[in-house]
Design a protein around this ligand. Structure first.
Ligand code: HEC
Ligand code: HEC
Length: 286
């Protein structure tokens, strides 16, 4: 499991990638299996999709967490993210502000099962790749004629969590070819670009150094199959692009904003790195 330590080992000034003894303990955690509520089997490790040149195996962020954090995700009663899902279930039948509701057109959230696994996806009408948040806002504004929700607002993150919840166990399978190809290429370019004072790309951390320690964190592959994730650190559900923003900021770079074309492209690309893992949101992470 020990990998070449980049940046000259633990002595590097700004950042430290180390592989201390703690890694052994966490390897036990990596061998566990994720079954939610004793019934939903989650694929947390799979062969890398063909387009990934530098990795042979993909792993959910769940496999990098401590046994205690892992266990919280194994039962919906222990997963604090369930509260957001329940709030969204109520919002699903609530008035969008003009008498319309999601439930007026979609019988139940379960009718949308499986949808999460293929997002972001190309939308022919919009002529663009859309994230699930954009799709939800398209329903709210263009179909229901109501006021849009904030892209990264609490109500949107909860609804996104509900969309993941009803798709749990489905294999992530975003399309990267056809009309989505151009956006995917753009996302890939962003993933490998070094940003900020620290000159770090997403790949420097999540591809070259996953399984190593960075400060106190056990670095994962930065997969997004578990989003929105309930983070113990900030005690709330976090969106995919909110997380991207935090990671870019950590490199001391100016960041793109959630909903920007750059982050939409990056989300499509990062989602495609997880093709084959199961949707497992809302996941629990540190
Ligand atoms: C006025 C009717 C209407 C309302 C209200 C509405 N939707 Fe939709 N929604 C649609 C239609 C029509 C589609 C497109 C159906 C399709 O693509 O199969 C759609 C598509 C979707 C999709 C994508 C399905 C897919 O297969 O890609 C999601 C997710 C979704 N709606 C969620 C919601 C949510 C959440 C709400 C409430 C915030 C909502 N919708 C409100 C009519 C509506
Ligand atoms: C300096 C190293 C570093 C860089 C660069 C970095 N990240 Fe992260 N990232 C982390 C750390 C540390 C965590 C928390 C531990 C973990 O889950 O890996 C994290 C977590 C994540 C997660 C959450 C994974 C989960 O399972 O919840 C995602 C997604 C992510 N990063 C994506 C990105 C993307 C996309 C980029 C490039 C824009 C990026 N990161 C750049 C260090 C980095």
């Amino acid at each position: 499991m020990s990998k070449s330590v980049w940046l000259g080992g633990c002595a590097a000034a700004a950042l430290m990638f180390c592989a201390p003894a703690i890694v052994t303990a966490q390897d036990d955690a990596a061998d566990r299996e994720l079954v939610i509520n004793g019934e939903i089997e989650i694929v947390t490790e799979a062969d890398a999709p063909a387009h990934l040149e530098n990795m042979s195996t993909i792993r959910s962020g769940w496999t990098f967490r401590s046994p205690e954090t892992q266990t919280m995700q194994m039962d919906d009663f222990d997963n604090p993210g369930t509260l957001g899902v329940e709030a969204a279930r109520e919002a699903f039948s609530a008035d969008l502000g003009n008498g319309e509701s999601c439930a007026g057109c979609h019988e139940s959230p379960e009718e949308l099962a499986g949808v999460r696994a293929v997002y972001p996806k190309w939308d022919a009408d919009a002529g663009a790749v859309q994230t699930i948040e954009m799709q939800i806002n398209e329903c709210i504004t263009e179909r229901a004629g109501a006021e849009a929700w904030g892209y990264d607002s609490g109500e949107m993150i909860d609804m996104s969590a509900l969309m993941s919840f009803v798709s749990r166990g489905e294999a992530v399978n975003v399309a990267i070819d056809g009309p989505a190809a151009e956006t995917w290429e753009k996302g890939k370019e962003i993933y490998y670009t070094r940003y900020g004072q620290l000159e770090l790309s997403c790949a420097n951390c999540h591809e070259d150094n996953y399984d190593n320690m960075i400060r106190a964190d056990h670095l994962s592959q930065g997969q997004i199959n578990g989003f929105p994730t309930y983070r113990l650190k900030n005690a709330k559900l976090n969106s995919v692009q909110g997380r991207f923003k935090g990671c870019v900021r950590d490199t001391r770079a100016e960041t793109f904003s959630p909903g920007s074309p750059e982050f939409v492209a990056l989300e499509l690309y990062v989602a495609s790195r997880g093709n084959g893992l199961s949707v497992e949101g809302p996941a629990v992470r540190n």
